[in-house]
Design a protein around this ligand. Sequence first.
Ligand SMILES: Nc1nc2c(ncn2[C@@H]2O[C@H](COP(=O)(O)OP(=O)(O)OP(=O)(O)O)[C@@H](O)[C@H]2O)c(=O)[nH]1
Ligand SMILES: [Mg+2]
Length: 170
Amino acid sequence: MIGRSNVGKSSLINALANRNKLAKTSKTPGATQLINIYEFGDEDSDRWLVDLPGYGFAKLSKNRQKQMAAMINDYVLEREPLSHAVVLVDANVGPTTLDLQTIDWLRDIDLRFVVVGTKIDKIKSGDRSKKQKKAAEKLQMTSGDIRWVSAEKGTGIPELRSLLANLLSS
Ligand SMILES: Nc1nc2c(ncn2[C@@H]2O[C@H](COP(=O)(O)OP(=O)(O)OP(=O)(O)O)[C@@H](O)[C@H]2O)c(=O)[nH]1
Ligand SMILES: [Mg+2]
């Protein structure tokens, strides 16, 4: 799970696991400052979801920000069994410059990725499809390429869970 701080990475892990407090979440960005690894599926399935710290959290010292960015980059670059990145983008805020940079970087290093649009419950249902289309355009994708979810309401979670199970078994 990769994405800017507060986008909902830890909440998504909890929703996928159907547990409230597995991964620590917080209203204040910077909740996750370590790489936390969760088993996905049955015990001994040998498939893992990795909750990375968020990038771009300006309230951390410059030094700490650099340290965390290096930790994320090193993990993604050096973790050989890593099969996919799940890139989280806040559906309500839309893709930020940092989100676009992350996706460009993943393309550069040739790591496969899935884009998840988070917090769709925050968008009024009447505005949803227009906002989704606009966000997708910014990412040079179509709205259908993006998995739209709400960790809070559970929208799109079963579908994403199946998709990840498929990706992790291929
Ligand atoms: N409305 C709404 N809020 C959400 C949703 N997912 C997460 N949030 C809220 O967004 C805030 C940040 O969520 P986290 O899951 O801690 O975000 P994170 O990406 O892990 O943040 P860092 O660990 O700081 O990188 C919390 O207050 C969550 O309750 C969602 O689907 N809907
Ligand atoms: Mg987190």
